[in-house]
Ligand binder design. Sequence first.
Ligand code: NDP
Length: 485
Amino acid sequence: MSQPDWSQLAEQKIAAVRAAQGAWSALPIQTRVEKLHAAKLAILARGEELAELIALETKKPLAEAYSAEVLAVGDIFSYWLRKGPDLLKPRKGDVPSLEMPGKKAWIEREARGVVLCISPWNFPVQLPMRTVAPALLAGNGLILKPSEVTPKSGVWLVERIREVIGPVIDVLEGDGAAGAALIEAMPDAVVFTGSTRTGRKVNVMCAERGIPCELELGGKDCAVVLADADLDRTASGIAWGIVSNAGQNCSGIERVAVLAGIAPQFVPKLVAKLQQTAKDVPDLVTPMQRAIVIRQIQDAIERGAEVLTGGLPVGDAPIPPTLLTKVPRDAPAWKDESFGPIAVLEVHGTEEQLIAAANDTRYGLGNSVWGHDTTRAIAVAQRLRSGMVWINNHSFSAALADLPWVGIGDSGTGMTNSPDVLHLLTRPRLYVVDTNKDVEPWWYPYGPKLMDLMRILVSRQQTGGLGATLKTLSALKARMKEIKL
Ligand code: NDP
């Protein structure tokens, strides 16, 4: 079968959304709020249908499709519709009135234009929603490129919104080539969520074209268990962090570092919890990912790792929740993203060693610290190298729209969620009105009084005070006289 002409399709889509964007951004923000609220209600009214579609495409349990995707649509829209208008209000600029009299400045946040959102398959609705809601509210048009692995959920989401707000949002279903063609068609900003490898390519393409982009990439999160952790709750939380969504989470727990003193009590509890979850863990979404995870387990075993629970799957059965220990640090199971229901456990004698273990990764998305004394746990958290650290929990904040989802290192250069995303989705536009009727002291002709004035202004920065202000006024007067001679 011949490939579609992605370039032509991408250009058509971007042009059509661009044509609709002007009128959309010209609407009063309150009108956009009302329309997006109607879109939210239209989606939630068919929430059951959406959850079933997501569960079918991603194989995730219906409960997870509901909690992490359908509910997220409501939460993310609600946050932006409630907070967005204030966050997008113009800001008054600070202009010194003594040297620059009569000037009024303000900064408006202007929509970028057409935002391209490229999304992976593991959360096919929640992840795009983090960009869709703020981008549209700010007055942008948006094109979604869902993953070819789970396109229907993304298409469904866009169709419901488009039915309410019109052609300012669209979707292009296709593989990586479609994503690349969309970047070549020159959107005004790109939000990419996906693997570190593809993210690098997207970054290069955007840099070559001068398109601002945010990258949300993979992770290798570590859970650090301190001596005073509540062992039962911690075992439950870490088991969830390893296994939920079959481990196909950018911030899934893939490494566990435990203090030696509590390991004999803690490790059997964690193993028991993982074994309890086995029946709820579906197979991985793609055969390729399954092969990667199986290879990591196999390789670790060949290098002498001990399997505390799980291990290689039997035949075509799903990969069981797996906990490995004594894995060398250069093994892929320790150093590469797994993206499956497996984790590597290390036991250490000191907190220093736990911190060093957690930081021994090129990724830096999330980490968690588990301990009763939260002051102590926070002190450990502050020394972990990652964009996010949760104390006594892990990764649950992904759909909380006020909280940044952010990584460092190989986990990306950008963020989704939180008011900070407005830096990418809008640009500041400065307006200055000058009501000063006089010429300005720094205009031509230059002369010695201008230098006097500059020196006095510099010394005023150093000393401050009334005396310096009086000297400035007198130097200004002399300079104005010099200009008018
Ligand atoms: P990929 O990087 O393979 O794909 C991500 C998206 O990019 C897909 O839509 C893909 O299309 C598209 N794409 C592929 N090639 C190109 C290209 N050359 N130009 C433009 N777009 C392209 O990631 P996965 O879908 O496999 O998702 C899993 C990864 O995502 C994991 O590494 C995970 O950690 C990460 N992730 C990060 C998150 C975060 O917030 N930090 C959240 C969730 C996941 P197609 O699929 O059709 O090929």
